[in-house]
Design a protein around this ligand. Structure first.
Ligand code: SF4
Length: 382
């Protein structure tokens, strides 16, 4: 097997009681594997709680009985009693795995870290660049019918990142605009069964030279109609209402609602101008964020036709991050790193773990004809 991982994967460590939104305190369903369940019965005395008081069998699965949306093993300091009393080896498979997100494509195993974990976002924010690496072992690979498609999609992803990483003077929105064009070309090739990696590399290498990108960037600057963006932001923020699960996050969503229902377009335009200036220190992070997202999310097997909509949905998630950050900035007149990490991980929690939320975002984008390069320009606040 080949292993393709982001470098942060190797030295990731949970920040435990220092975490601002402990994953075991979010009301998430935690499934326990049979082996762990038996151990929890065996060590009931050390744990001080009978297994059946906190674990339940339901429809063939064993789940944690949450108390006030928290795992009962989480103590008042947000530390896990299983780890404290028995050791980390006794955690269930789900808890050992998160925030690692593995995906297997035949003989390649790709592993990413979920951005719903604030520690992952913090690491991504403090890195100069995101690096990826390969490893290999003797584990036999299962039969896989999509190897050719995987290799093609993987090559396209590398081209996107290559174009994305060119020149620091190109705006994020232009990079996303171009990336959509690359996907468009690649999807067309897959549709016509012309998956020629060398050809697409040659063509796109010429088409998206740095000089051409800079020229496109200057043509696209200022093209977004802020009035239209304002109207769309009012619509898209409402998608968050039914998926709010954390009290402090609910407050932020309520505050966004208030901002858009009670504020005016004029006020928004002034706030947005100041906010964009406050975002400047984060521009390097945006490159990391998108390079990471492209690698982690731009595989769509077997139906590559869906990849463009997925790309725009990720941009919509990024847009929601910026809306929440805008309102936080308006309230505090500053956007500190801690708040921003909390916002990014909170919105990522909704986009990464709630399919219903992703579907509702996609629906809003389709209704507004935004599954397009122009849609990306509208969604990108930088
Ligand atoms: S969200 Fe991440 S840092 Fe926080 S408790 Fe979970 S794994 Fe640890």
């Amino acid at each position: 097997m080949l292993y393709f991982t982001v470098d942060m994967y190797h030295d990731f460590e949970c920040s435990a009681d220092a975490c601002p939104s402990t994953c075991c305190g979010l009301g998430w369903n935690i499934d326990i594997d049979e082996e762990t369940y038996q151990k929890m019965i065996e060590y009931e005395e050390q744990l001080g709680i009978p297994a059946d008081d906190w674990l339940v069998r339901r429809n063939g699965r064993i789940c944690v009985k949450q108390v006030d949306s928290r795992c009962p093993m989480l103590n008042e300091n947000n530390l896990c009693n299983v780890v404290l009393k028995l050791g980390p080896d006794y955690m269930c498979e789900v808890c050992k795995l998160y925030p690692r997100m593995p995906a297997q494509y035949g003989d390649v195993y790709e592993i990413y870290l979920a951005l719903s974990c604030p520690e992952v976002v913090a690491r991504l924010m403090n890195k100069n660049e995101v690096l990826f690496g390969f490893g290999e072992d003797d584990t036999p690979a299962p039969e896989y019918p999509y190897t050719r498609l995987y290799q093609y999609e993987s090559a396209v992803r590398t081209i996107m990142v290559d174009v994305f990483s060119r020149s620091l003077n190109i705006s994020l929105s232009t990079r996303l605009f171009v990336s959509f064009g690359i996907l468009d070309r690649a999807v067309e090739s897959v549709r016509n069964d012309q998956m020629d990696i060398d050809l697409i590399q040659r063509e796109l290498g010429i088409e998206f030279s740095e000089e051409k990108l800079l020229c496109l960037d200057s043509n696209l600057r200022g093209i977004v109609d802020e009035n239209r963006r304002y109207l769309f932001l009012r619509q898209i923020q409402s998608a968050m209402h039914e998926y709010v699960f954390l009290e402090s996050f609910a407050e932020s969503v309520h505050r966004i609602d208030e901002y858009f229902s009670q504020g005016s377009l004029e006020q928004y335009l002034t706030d947005m101008q100041d906010f964009k200036a406050a975002l400047e220190p984060y521009h390097a992070f945006y490159l990391n964020y998108w390079v990471y997202r492209i690698f982690a999310d731009m595989m769509e097997i077997p139906d590559y036709e869906k990849v463009q909509e997925k790309f725009v949905c990720i941009a919509a998630g990024f847009c929601l991050i910026q809306i929440m950050a805008l309102v936080s900035y308006v309230d505090k007149r500053t956007l500190d790193q801690e708040d921003y990490i909390y916002i990014i991980s909170g919105i990522s929690r909704m986009t990464e773990h709630y399919e219903g939320f992703r579907n509702s975002l996609a629906e809003k984008l389709r209704e507004n004809n935004l599954i397009s390069p122009v849609g990306l320009l509208l969604l990108t606040i930088e």
